[in-house]
Write a protein that binds this ligand. Structure first.
Ligand code: KIV
Length: 257
């Protein structure tokens, strides 16, 4: 395991891990200052492209956005989501993960699932590709977005999967919409950091989609807390620009040649 990844793992039980998503350079360079991990999430499918799910996100889309993000991320760990249907077997996963790493220079990839993807994860790690796991609600295959871990049988599967992921060698696990006491149990059980989204305060760290955080995305999920209303700021700026142009107040001599 490389030093950057090892330092990331060492944060468990020391300090809370901060993670946000970025899909482009400018946002990446701002959040990088405050993050331990910047995720190029396939949530970009719904957030930027208005896809009804993340299933339509392609490898090329992830690569192009990640290349932009790479220019903004200087200190955080940069992780890229492998999109749907790009890791259906170990061979396909290895070829696509290598492509993502070589073209984007990211530090690691993330993929969704438990037992089903264990062999794939082992193959990637054997080939020196750091992998982040993702359990709970799995948007690439979900039929609904209800939180996970209410039923005993479901809890057992998620807990088992977290151990399988740890044994396979993932360096961290995202827990998405996982019931609080289960997220707590997983976080206590596994030695690698858990990063929650809708999975309670008990996780080792938290991740949010930046567009949700700043009020650019209109999602109304329980796990989202809006920290800013950037939509209003952009709207106000566009309106002022419009008024200035109509009144010939912009451009002035200062802005002309
Ligand atoms: O795609 C994404 O942004 C994610 C986070 C929500 C964890 O996977």
């Amino acid at each position: 395991m490389n030093k950057k990844i090892l330092n990331f793992i060492k944060k468990k039980n020391k300090s809370k891990i901060i993670s946000l998503t970025a899909y482009s350079k400018n946002i990446a360079s701002i959040i990088d200052r405050h993050c331990d991990l910047v995720l190029v999430g396939d949530s970009l499918g719904s957030v930027l492209y208005s896809f009804s799910s993340t299933k339509k996100v392609t490898l090329d889309m992830m690569i192009e956005h990640s290349k932009s993000v790479r220019m903004g991320v200087k200190k955080s760990l940069m992780v890229v989501d492998m999109p749907h249907n790009t890791y259906r077997n170990s061979k396909e996963a290895l070829s696509n993960a290598k492509k993502i790493i070589s073209k984007t220079k990211c530090d690691a990839i993330k993929l969704e699932g438990g037992k089903k993807v264990i062999q794939t994860i082992k193959t990637l790690i054997k080939n020196k590709i750091p992998v982040m796991g993702h359990l709970g609600v799995l948007p690439q295959s979900a039929t609904n977005f209800k939180y996970k871990g209410k039923e005993t049988a479901e809890r057992k599967i998620i807990l088992r999967d977290s151990k399988l992921l740890e044994d396979a060698g993932v360096f961290s696990i995202v827990l998405e919409c996982v019931e609080s006491s289960l997220a707590k149990e997983i976080t206590k059980t596994v030695k690698v950091p858990t990063i929650g989204i809708g999975a309670s305060v008990h996780c080792d760290g938290q991740v949010l989609v930046t567009d949700d955080l700043i009020g650019l995305n209109k999602i109304k999920a329980r796990f989202v807390k809006r920290y800013s209303n950037i939509e209003k700021q952009i709207n106000d700026a566009a309106l002022k620009f419009k008024k200035d142009v109509i009144r010939s107040k912009f451009p002035t001599k200062k802005h002309s040649y």
